[in-house]
Design a protein around this ligand. Sequence first.
Ligand code: NAX
Length: 326
Amino acid sequence: DSSPLKVAVTGAAGQIGYSLLFRLASGALGDRPIELRLLEIEPALKALEGVVMELDDCAFPTLAGVEIGHEADKIFDGVNLALLVGARPRTKGMERGDLLEANGAIFTAQGKALNSVAADDVRIGVTGNPANTNALIAMTNAPDIPKERFSALTRLDHNRAISQLAAKTGASVTDIKKMTIWGNHSATQYPDLFHAEVNGKNAAETVNDQDWLENDFIPTVAKRGAAIIEARGSSSAASAASATIDAARDWLHGSAADDWVSMAVVSDGSYGVPEGLIYSFPVITKNGDWEIVQGLEIDDFSRSRMEATANELIEERDAVKELGLI
Ligand code: NAX
């Protein structure tokens, strides 16, 4: 297909947007021309105009057009891919309920708009936090879009876990396969080394250090976002954009043979995860679809971590249900 792929990005004037848009426009999703549809809140449109000037100035051969605006039903019209990055960050004094409510307003509206105007083949990736629950809200508010078309980003956690394991074992990142992030994109996520491989050998056995795995690896991956804020003074942006691209590219074009990726998708009850939760699983992607990897053996340690992160997602789901958002 040589018609442009229409890609919506929300929060396009933000930090992640500033990295993401240039990667999308320069062909990170393939050679097919791209039309960018950029959604922002009205006060940010002027800044976004500046970003569009810079996109123009790159003269990217794959960039077929850019449209900006603050109305979701115009920007999402006919989009094939929607990357929902914009969200309301937690500010000082804000309670969790306030955060869920503020984001609930955004993701109910965007879910409804996608439901009415997106292309039939639309795929929707949610990066904005709380990503899993925002995806659940958008999905629930878009009843005509198949539930499988929604996912939340845990690819950054996945990539962080690969990088940490590579550093520990002295392997290169390309030697590491079958990494899995289970659950929520939050501090309760469970990065799993029991099914990962380093040069074809089981990663947990290769490392052979349960203390490192439990008390170093897992917390380092789960708290990496906070460590970056501490060091950089602002949250991860280029790496989040890069992971958003990795996730979208693999979703559309397929994951590598002999490997899998982590994506938070609607649970079908696999591995005992309650049906309907947006939970990160190991998945194989092909032709724009994903399938949860089945048949992995789960030991007691993994089981308890997988349940803890599921329980947090259940709490978030119940909170947004109570607020009438789903
Ligand atoms: P910024 O605050 O720099 O940008 C967010 C942008 O969203 C702002 O320009 C804002 O005007 C816009 N926005 C707010 N409400 C909007 C709406 N209703 N429609 C359209 N745009 C809207 O944040 P940034 O650093 O870019 O991060 C964006 C989101 O990604 C945050 O929620 C952040 O927590 C989340 N992250 C998720 C990660 C993940 O792995 N899933 C990792 C990185 C990042 O922390």
